[in-house]
Design a protein around this ligand. Sequence first.
Ligand code: NG1
Ligand code: ZN
Length: 545
Amino acid sequence: MALTLTLSLPSKTSHPKLVGKEIQYGTAGFRTLADDLDFVMYRMGLLAVLRSKCTKAVIGIMITASHNPLQDNGVKLVDPHGEMLDQKWEKLATDIVNVGDGQLESVLLDIIRSESIEISEPGKVFVGRDTRPSGVALLNSAIDGIKDLHGELRDFGIVTTPMLHYFVDESNKGNEAWVSSYFAKLTKAFKHFCGEISISGAYSPKIVFDGANGVGAIKMGMLASFLDKDFLEVEIHNGGEGILNFECGADFVKVQQKLPKGLEGIKPGEKGVSVDGDADRIVYFYLDDSHVFHLLDGDKIASLVAGYINELLQECKLKLNLGVVQTAYANGASTKYITENLKIPVDCVSTGVKYLHHKALERDIGVYFEANGHGTVVFSKAALEVIEKASVDQSLLPSERLAAAKLNSLLQISNPAVGDALSDILLVESVLRSKHWGLKEWEVAYTDLPNRLLKVKVEDKNNVQTTDAGRRCTAPAGLQEEIDKLVKSYPSGRSFVRSSGTEDAVRIYAESDTQRNADELATKVAIKVYQMAGGVGEAPSPPSV
Ligand code: NG1
Ligand code: ZN
């Protein structure tokens, strides 16, 4: 039957397309200067309604540019289970954003046809945004798009990215999706886990919290109000008085490997925790007695949490399949420790949470973390049932039942939809409390290989193409061979380059036996990228040796 459907888009003329270069739905959706995003938001509002009609489920729109500077913003769609947008639809998103105003209706009709969308289905969209002032106008543009296709809207206001993912997931499961139910679920499980464990040894429930001047600070304040100080004592810094992500937050601390602004007064041994601008990443840190800075990043969190889950599985003698998922940015020492010491299998996948999440779902229990502190624990329904059953199975030893009960509440603390800084803090604190550890006791498991992350601007980042989970470079021709030659001359050397999915740049990662060597290797590789992949602006400075 011929489709006679036509679309009228009354708000289209208020959101004209900017004439500029193509933009792509990248690792975390569209991300660029906020000033350039008005028409993108409008079109994502339209697309979200179509995606909702297509999946017959609630879809999320999150407006954030995460750890990027204040003047940036971005948008990503959240799929029905709270996961990142389906890859086929990422392509549709790119198509819809890059067509001229004149073709917009016909591209939408193409999607309706090719995806067999029943236009009379309801379209339900949840929206949320971080604290960026630009988010208000951008949200209104998205709402125009939602309304033009007669979608229903629920606006959660300022929320963390993982909260929005959680609300979408819960709502589609038929559960309540309220801010209060989110906090109640996390804190109930945390209290249940910690209630039986006294505070002793090197453990302290106090954290010195860097909120990156963003939504994480607001929501941490709310989370803390559900917990008294015997559970978690939080001293909040960078609560919004300064500039978002400026010299603070998880990305700054991880990349610069130093204290964030505002936490200069942290005392040796105190637990520092930084989140990023939309609170989906965390890193821990502390100063030792000589005021030397120590970082405990996503790799350390993965090893702590997976190691502990493994211990519990052994104690309750459940044969569940546990695995860790990392990316090429994981420190080589962490991968070695997890596989050789903990004897837990590790998969390496391409950068981007969607890849980690999907790989982790292949296990009964999957722990995934990017080195930058983005990650969570996921588990199958069947695994949870086995654990729940074991926790009350009178034929087991009391110690076995107890281990299963602990595992059960630990899994309830995680946000299974996506990496979540707030739930990750509660996870880490649960494990540390259970082991009576401070950060030093956690840190000694393995020593990070010194590393350096750099970036280089090039004319077109698509000049750099990679394979093997981003670890080998296939274009420009000859670059990989140059990297291989450089790597050979550094003890424990490893380096790779890939184009960023969130910034207009090529990233360079290097590790080696000393910080000096890691820095030198990273700089030499950066110079090669600059020379061979069309570097723009100032060339990376040669190492001073
Ligand atoms: P890109 O810009 O593609 O490297 C960065 C992070 C990713 C992921 C996304 C989403 C690094 C090296 N890369 O991606 O791991 O977190 O941002 O925010 O940390
Ligand atoms: Zn983020």
